[in-house]
Design a binder for this molecule. Structure first.
Ligand SMILES: Nc1nc2c(c(=O)[nH]1)N[C@H]1C(S)=C(S)[C@@H](COP(=O)(O)O)O[C@H]1N2
Ligand SMILES: [Mo]
Length: 199
C-alpha cells in the first residue's frame, strides 16, 4: 500500500503519464444524451472516400459481422484511466473488410448525434483493438455511455471514442472534429501526452 503522497502512476506499463486509475465509470460529454423513440429507425451511415457507401441498421451490425468481445484500458484526457474495460461489438477491421476505400482515404471523421465529431487517421481507426461497441460487460450500453453504438479507440485519449455514433466518413485530409477545433490534439496519443495542439 502507498499512503501519503499520491503516486502519478500505479502501474507504469499500463497507465500513461499523469493519469490516475479509477474504478468508477465517469460520464463525460457535451450536449444532450439522445433518446430514441424507435430504435428500429436508427442507422449508421458509411460514406466519403469509399466505392460502396452503406447504411446499416443495428440488426445488420449484430447479424452480418463477426461479434467480438474485447477488454482494453481507456484513458481520458481529463486525467482518469480505467483498466480492463470489457466491451462487446464489431471490430472496425471486421466492419470494413468488404469496403473498398478510394486511394485518397487517409482519415476518418466519426459523426455522432447533434453534429458532434472527432477525427483520426484511418490506420488508428483500423487498429486491431478498435471497435464499435453496443454493449459493456455484456449489457447494452446505457444512454449516458453511448447507447446504441459508440466507438472505442482505446490507444488514443477517450474523447476520440465517440458516443452515439451515426456516421463514419472517410476523407483525404485530417479535418478537426469538435474538441480538436477547440484546441485538443489531432492525434491524441496518451503515452505521448498529446492532449492539446498548442504548447
Ligand atoms: N458524441 C459524443 N461522444 C463523446 C463525447 C461527446 O461529447 N459527445 N465526449 C468524449 C469524451 S471527452 C470522453 S472522455 C468520453 C467519455 O465517455 P464515457 O462518458 O462513456 O466515460 O466520450 C467521448 N465521446
Ligand atoms: Mo474526455
Amino acid at each position: 500500500m502507498y499512503f501519503g503522497k499520491k503516486r502519478k502512476t500505479s502501474s507504469s506499463d499500463r497507465v500513461p503519464p499523469n493519469q490516475n486509475v479509477t474504478t468508477t465509470f465517469p460520464v463525460l460529454h457535451t450536449g444532450n444524451v439522445p433518446y430514441y423513440e424507435d430504435i428500429e429507425k436508427w442507422n449508421l451511415q458509411i460514406y466519403g472516400l469509399v466505392e460502396n457507401p452503406k447504411l446499416y441498421t443495428l440488426h445488420d451490425l449484430k447479424t452480418h459481422f463477426p461479434q467480438s468481445n474485447l477488454t482494453n484500458d481507456i484513458h481520458c484526457v481529463t486525467g482518469w484511466s480505467k483498466l480492463d474495460v470489457n466491451w462487446q461489438g464489431i471490430k472496425t477491421r471486421d466492419l470494413f473488410k468488404d469496403i473498398k476505400f478510394k486511394p485518397k482515404a487517409n482519415f476518418v471523421i466519426i459523426h455522432a448525434e447533434e453534429g458532434w465529431t472527432t477525427n483520426l487517421p484511418l490506420a488508428d481507426f483500423m487498429k486491431e483493438t478498435s471497435l464499435l461497441a453496443y454493449a459493456y460487460n455484456d449489457e447494452p450500453l446505457t444512454p449516458e455511455h453511448g447507447f446504441p453504438l459508440r466507438a472505442v479507440i482505446p490507444h488514443l485519449y477517450f474523447w476520440k471514442s465517440a458516443k452515439w455514433v451515426r456516421g463514419i466518413q472517410f476523407t483525404e485530409k485530417n479535418h478537426p472534429g469538435f474538441w480538436e477545433r477547440n484546441g485538443y490534439h489531432m492525434q491524441g496519443d496518451p503515452w505521448e501526452e498529446e492532449r492539446f495542439s498548442f504548447d
